[in-house]
Design a protein around this ligand. Structure first.
Ligand SMILES: *[C@@H]1O[C@H](CO)[C@@H](O)[C@H](O)[C@H]1NC(C)=O
Ligand SMILES: *[C@@H]1O[C@H](CO)[C@@H](O)[C@H](O)[C@H]1NC(C)=O
Ligand SMILES: *[C@@H]1O[C@H](CO)[C@@H](O)[C@H](O)[C@H]1NC(C)=O
Ligand SMILES: *[C@@H]1O[C@H](CO)[C@@H](O)[C@H](O)[C@H]1NC(C)=O
Ligand SMILES: *[C@@H]1O[C@H](CO)[C@@H](O)[C@H](O)[C@H]1NC(C)=O
Ligand SMILES: *[C@@H]1O[C@H](CO)[C@@H](O)[C@H](O)[C@H]1NC(C)=O
Length: 421
């Protein structure tokens, strides 16, 4: 059988007309190492095709129906494409190796016993994977990145994977390039998020691990004031710290009781580190403080307080509820103390101790003034607010000294009580 076949082959080699008209194959194919390559082939409708490696002696099969006949170099890497009934005799060689270069192959068509011309395989080193991405993005918008790879395998283009960011969509298109090669472009879309600011996008060709890495992606976003922001009192003055994340830099402004905080009563310093801005404000205690951060993309405000235990309130309502609870608790305590005092007072009266009675009533007065002190303070500041003092340095200075007197009043009273004794 084999001998008969070879006889036919030899006979056919002599008749050029058969070779040129019945089987169409290219003179050479260009393969990129590591990908597949297709040797296109078309002829008349047939049953099966066998491909051989050309050499001076022998007919080593590159592809055969009988897998065991295939020479080691190609076993497991070759297959036929398309439909033989429709005359398609194309050969696919997977995972092209450097040593496949320079080999010529030809096809034998059964049962017509016609053969094709030689096709030489040229092998090129793989080209670099290329990535392109617009490096500045605004948060919440979609942006796209492209990863390009050149190959010789349109039937199964190299797989590309994106690393670094998770894509919303990914689409691969393959088009014919020059020199019989192909270009596949993976076109992925990403949702810009501040978490990804400064990250790099990587495209990896899975066949050989070749990667392309983008520049750091700059993601712009409006400011957010972090909930770590708070105020506290130390050594009789108020310290407020406002933590802001923004890109580009946020400009920070502070308001105190609804007015812009101004020097010299309030000091403000900003520290910029990456996309975080920390602004510290110091000034006198007992005020409603708000931090405002803005960049060209937007702004954020955060209501803080002079009282650390109330600093968590992010909106006016929360703050109001907390303040109300504190006032109620304070009220109950005052009422309780007041009642106990009253009882004691009655006792003393029963004992007809006039000196003790005087002391107790003075003590009660003191407690009452202490109890109402919070309210007094608030009233004073509301009145300040209406008077627009923070915009005016001179009158501001005056009011602040008034505030100091108010807050010191109870201590003076205490002192006088001790003096009386
Ligand atoms: C042969 O089949 C392959 C795979 O289906 C196809 O890509 C190719 O275009 C076909 N060739 C011809 C000449 O029809
Ligand atoms: C992008 O992400 C933001 C925040 O997660 C989301 O609100 C927005 O709808 C996303 N946009 C798209 C187009 O998926
Ligand atoms: C933020 O602002 C500060 C002060 O204006 C400046 O020194 C710094 O370079 C800015 N950073 C960025 C990322 O724009
Ligand atoms: C700014 O903040 C960074 C990090 O919190 C810190 O290392 C640096 O010393 C600060 N710079 C100034 C001038 O306070
Ligand atoms: C503000 O800072 C200046 C100098 O840095 C200092 O003299 C002044 O006492 C500070 N004022 C307050 C209210 O902390
Ligand atoms: C803050 O943003 C709102 C819209 O989001 C805008 O109406 C307002 O004017 C901004 N305020 C400042 C101080 O930029």
């Amino acid at each position: 059988m084999d001998r008969v076949l070879k006889l036919f082959l030899t006979a056919s080699l002599l008749s050029c007309s058969c070779r040129c008209s019945k089987v169409r194959v290219p003179k050479f194919v260009t393969a990129i190492k590591g990908t597949c390559v297709v040797v296109p082939c078309s002829t008349t409708s047939h049953t099966y095709a066998t491909w051989y490696k050309y050499q001076h002696y022998g007919y080593p099969p590159v592809y055969s129906k009988d897998t065991k006949d295939i020479i080691n170099q190609f076993r497991g890497r070759t297959s036929l494409l398309g439909n033989a009934m429709q005359g398609n005799c194309s050969l696919k060689i997977d995972n092209v190796r450097q040593e496949d270069g320079g080999i010529s192959v030809y096809v034998w068509i059964n049962p017509h016993n016609i053969y094709g011309d030689y096709t030489e395989i040229k092998v090129l080193a793989p080209s670099e994977t290329r990535i392109s991405v617009e490096s500045t993005q605004v948060e919440g918008t979609l942006f796209s990145a492209k990863c390009t790879v050149r190959h010789s395998c349109p039937v199964s283009p190299p797989l590309l994977e994106w690393l670094g960011l998770s894509s919303v969509s990914n689409e691969v298109t393959t088009t014919q390039d020059s020199g019989g090669l192909w270009v596949s472009v993976a076109h992925a879309q990403f949702n810009a998020s501040r978490r990804d600011h400064g990250k790099r996008l990587t495209c990896r060709r899975m066949s050989d691990g070749n990667t392309a890495i983008s520049d750091a992606i700059h993601i712009l976003f409006p400011p957010t004031i972090l909930p770590d922001s708070a105020c506290w009192e130390r050594e009789g003055s108020l310290h407020c710290m406002c933590w802001v994340e923004a890109e580009p830099n946020a400009s920070i402004s502070w308001t105190v009781d609804g007015r812009s905080a101004l020097l010299p009563h309030f000091n403000m310093t900003n520290n910029y580190t990456g996309m975080t801005t920390v602004s510290v404000m110091t000034g006198p205690t007992g005020h409603f403080v708000t931090c405002e951060a803005a960049n060209y993309l937007g702004n954020d405000t955060y209501q803080m307080s002079g009282f650390p235990q109330l600093a968590q309130g992010t909106d006016g309502l929360t703050y109001f509820i907390l303040a109300a609870i504190v006032l109620i608790v304070l009220g109950i305590v005052v009422l309780g103390v007041h009642r106990r005092m009253k009882k004691r007072h009655e006792h003393s009266r029963g004992a007809k101790n006039t000196r003790g009675s005087e002391n107790t009533s003075q003590c009660r007065q003191n407690i009452e003034s202490n109890g109402t002190q919070t309210k007094v303070r608030q009233k004073t500041y509301e009145w300040h607010k209406d008077d627009n003092i923070y915009a005016n340095d001179v009158s501001g200075g005056h009011i602040w000294s008034t505030a100091m007197v108010t807050s010191q009043a109870p201590e003076d009273e205490m002192a006088s009580i001790y003096l009386n004794e």
